[in-house]
Design a protein around this ligand. Structure first.
Ligand SMILES: [Mg+2]
Length: 168
């Protein structure tokens, strides 16, 4: 169970306390793309997320995007950001994490993995002894919201039909 438990759990990357990472002597961040930085079916990160990503460098962190998705997806997403990035990472396998640390010139003691999936990001990071950060998947938040909005819409429609249904 310990292998599946993240060290830090936050609602989104934007809620991540960077000072907390600095206190843990973290210098390198391995960051997942799909549902961590952006919903899986959206090409680019939001302005807010882009700003957050680019600010990490100023805060003194090295960053490497590590995604299990295709080269096309990762290259497109990274077009403007121009961050070091690894596609088809086959997380939770160790290869891509090692490659990322080599790129960032960091090691297992000062690198954190940030992602939305317990069985790829968290498991992969924990079994190597890296600090792991789990975020709520962006997709499911939108899904939850969509479901909620549809429910409200249906309710409003029922009320409207009840009140005005007879007029037609
Ligand atoms: Mg993901």
């Amino acid at each position: 169970m310990k292998l599946l438990t993240p060290d830090i759990y936050v609602e989104s990357v934007l809620h991540l306390d960077l000072q907390k990472l600095k206190d843990r002597k973290i210098k390198g961040l391995i960051i997942d793309i799909d549902n961590t930085l952006v919903a899986w079916d959206i090409k680019y990160a939001s302005e807010k997320t882009k700003e957050w990503l680019l600010n990490l460098k100023k805060e003194g962190f090295e960053v490497c995007l590590v995604s299990n998705n295709t080269e096309d997806r990762v290259v497109k997403f990274n077009e403007e950001l121009k961050l070091p990035a690894i596609h088809r990472a086959t997380k939770p396998r160790r290869g891509a994490f090692k490659k990322a640390m080599k790129t960032m010139k960091t090691n297992i003691n000062n690198t954190a993995v940030i992602g939305d999936q317990i069985f790829t990001d968290v498991l992969g990071g924990n079994r190597m002894g890296l600090c792991t950060v789990l975020v709520v998947p962006i997709e499911s938040k939108e899904f939850w919201w969509t479901t909620f909005v549809r429910r409200v819409e249906r309710h409003v429609l029922r009320v409207v039909l009840k009140e005005h249904g007879g007029e037609k």
